[in-house]
Design a protein around this ligand. Structure first.
Ligand SMILES: [Zn+2]
Length: 257
């Protein structure tokens, strides 16, 4: 059964990843994500359906536009494959559970946040607010369907905790931690809190760990100066994903019984 759910989620992930490519390109440019249809950024030709199939079109076209031959960024298939992999992981983690759709929305949002923050150094409200708008009702639905009201309460606590924690970091170090990160933390806290509050701490800890290690590596490799800005959203996102997928084994190993 779980295998069937994983396969369905994987295919869904490819389709959602294709939409996320549109979101990642257009939201920072303040364009509509619904219209018009996707165009080649090089020549402006509208993509035919056959050239708009996730991953496969990119491979068949060898990463170039059919009309003008302009290279198409490897980010497109990467986002699609990454989203599919995250959706499969969520399916394997939760199985056929009422809470699964909410976590798919969560993971999809994290993919968009990661790639937008890497390129533009912002975490747009146009990602964070719609994510909350969709996922909070999904969590309430899951709580109602499975009588998991204590999980829902903890999700609220987790959101408040993570938001408050990053707010303090932001006030101390406004250059290193933008307010977009603070808003994102509320979303992370919500989903980690649903699992339990230890997951909130673990997720934040891993986010800061990934962020610090990467900063040190970049400075040592002289890819970045010590004072250059490094986007923090991708690390928070990676920490949260790691905590959702592997948090329980890590926590049990660290504090048995
Ligand atoms: Zn073109």
């Amino acid at each position: 059964m779980t295998v069937a759910v994983a396969v369905v989620c994987g295919l869904l992930g490819l389709a959602v990843g294709s939409f996320l490519n549109v979101v990642i390109y257009r939201v920072p440019r303040k364009e509509s994500v619904v219209r018009p249809r996707s165009r080649c950024p090089g020549c402006g030709t509208q993509l035919a359906d056959r050239d708009n199939i996730p991953v496969f079109s990119w491979i068949l076209l060898r990463g170039r536009c059919r009309t003008c031959g302009e290279p198409i960024s490897a980010r497109y298939p990467l986002v699609e494959l990454g989203t599919a992999a995250l959706f499969v992981s969520a399916a394997l983690r939760f199985g056929l559970d009422w809470v699964l759709p909410a976590y798919l929305v969560f993971f999809a949002a994290l993919v968009a946040v990661t790639f937008i923050d890497l390129e533009h150094y912002i975490i747009p409200n146009r990602i964070v607010y719609p994510t909350l708008f969709v996922s909070v009702p999904l969590l309430v639905l899951a709580a109602a369907a499975q009588n998991e009201w204590s999980e829902l309460l903890r999700a609220g606590e987790g959101a408040a905790l993570a938001w408050g924690f990053l707010l303090v970091v932001h006030l101390i170090q406004p250059r290193g931690m933008g307010f977009g990160d603070v808003r994102l933390a509320a979303v992370l806290g919500l989903f980690l809190g649903w699992l339990d509050l230890r997951h909130v701490f673990l997720g934040m800890f891993l986010g800061f760990l990934f962020g610090s290690v990467s900063s040190i590596v970049l400075v040592v490799m002289r890819r970045r100066g010590r004072k250059d800005q490094i986007p923090f959203g991708p690390f928070l996102a990676a920490g949260a994903v790691a905590a959702v997928l592997f948090g329980s084994p890590i926590i049990n190993w660290y504090s048995p019984g």
